[in-house]
Design a protein around this ligand. Sequence first.
Ligand SMILES: C[S@@+](CC[C@H](N)C(=O)[O-])C[C@H]1O[C@@H](n2cnc3c(N)ncnc32)[C@H](O)[C@@H]1O
Length: 376
Amino acid sequence: MDKLKYTSDLYGKCVFKHAVDRLELPQGFIAYHKKNFSKYFNLSQDEFKGLNVLETGAGCGRHAIVLALMGARVVAADLSPENVERGKQLKKHYKLTNVEFHQHNFMAPFKSEIKFDLVSAHNWVQHTENPALVIQNLLSSLKKDGRIYLSLYLAGTFRFFIAQIAREILKPEWYDLAIDLVKFHFPTGFRSFNNPDDICMEIIFDDFFVPYCNTVTYDIVIRDAEQLNCKPITAKPQLNDINGVDSIYLRMGFVKCGDLIRSNSLQFTRPIDEFESSIDHVRESSALAKKVIARLRELNDPAVSCSFCLGLFRLRAETSRDMDGSKKHKLLQSYLNGALTNSPQSISYQYDTASLWDAAHKNNTESPAPPGAIYY
Ligand SMILES: C[S@@+](CC[C@H](N)C(=O)[O-])C[C@H]1O[C@@H](n2cnc3c(N)ncnc32)[C@H](O)[C@@H]1O
C-alpha cells in the first residue's frame, strides 16, 4: 500500500467539522488559537503582525486563517490537494491577501525564497513515517533565532491506548465500512458527549486509520530538539498520572539557536508502545487487549472488527470526562473480556452492530442518521 497516498486521500476525504456546512470559523475557535499561538511562540498577539509564518500540515487551512487574522504573512502547505483547495476557499471567504496555500510533502524540505520567522506544526507531524526527519525539514525553513511550535500526541493517555488496540485490528481497506457503521454506534452523532474536539468523527479516522500515529513524550521531544540546536521557549508541564486522562496534546515552542545540525540519532522516529506500562491496571488491559487482537485477526471479519473498534471509541467517548484511570481500565477490561467470550456477532459495545449493518444492507434500508449528523 502507498501509505502516503492513503494519508493524503484520507485527509482529502475527511470533512473537518468546521468545514462541513460553513466557511465561517467559530469565534471561539479563532480566540482559542490566537491565544494558543501566542503562548507557544511566546509572543504577544500583536507581535505576529508582519512576521513570515510557515503553517505546515495545514489541513483545511483554519489555523492559517487565524494566523493571517493576527496580521502575519502566512504560507500554508499540506499534503492533500483537496485540503489546499479548502484553504483557498477559506481565504476567499475571509477576503485575505496575506495568506497563500500550497501542496507539499514535508518528508522533503519546503522550497522558498525566504526563511521564516515562525514555523507552526499543529497536530500532524505524528502522522508521518519519520517525524524526526519532518521536524528537521521544518527547521530548515526557519531562520536563525526563528521559533517553531509543535503540537503532538502525548503518549500514555487513554485515547492512545484505545487507538493502539484499534490500529492493530483494523485494515485500511475497511475505512468506508467503518464510517458506514458509525451511524449505528452513534445514531445521534457526537454532541451528547460534550467534547467536540476529541470525540467526533475526525478523531475516529485520525486515530484508527491514518497509517502513522506516532505518540511521543516531552523528554524525547526536548532531547531531540537539543540535538537539533534548538532550545525550549515554553516550559514542560508537570504531569503525574495520565493513564486516566482521555487526551492531552504535547505542546511546546522552541527557538532555533544556530544553523540546523541534522542528526540520525533522534528518538522521535517510531511510535511508543502504549501497551508497555508500569501501572498494574494498564498492564492488565494490555494483556487482554493482545488476546482480543489475536482473536479478531483470526476471525478476520471486517464488520465484526469495525464494530468492536467503534465500540472501543464509544467506551472512550462515554468516559472521556472521567479522569480515574483504574475505573476506565476496569470498564475496558470488561469490554475486552466480553470480546473474548461472546459470540463474534455480539462483541461490540452495546449493540450487535455487525448484524444491524448486515440487515440494513440486505434490506437496502436508509441509514438511520440524517446526513451530517454523524460529524457532530
Ligand atoms: C490531523 S490533520 C491536521 C490538520 C490541521 N493542522 C488541523 O489541526 O486542523 C493532519 C494533516 O497533515 C497532513 N499531512 C500528513 N502528512 C503530511 C506530509 N508528509 N506533508 C504535509 N502534510 C501532511 C494531512 O494531509 C492532514 O491535512
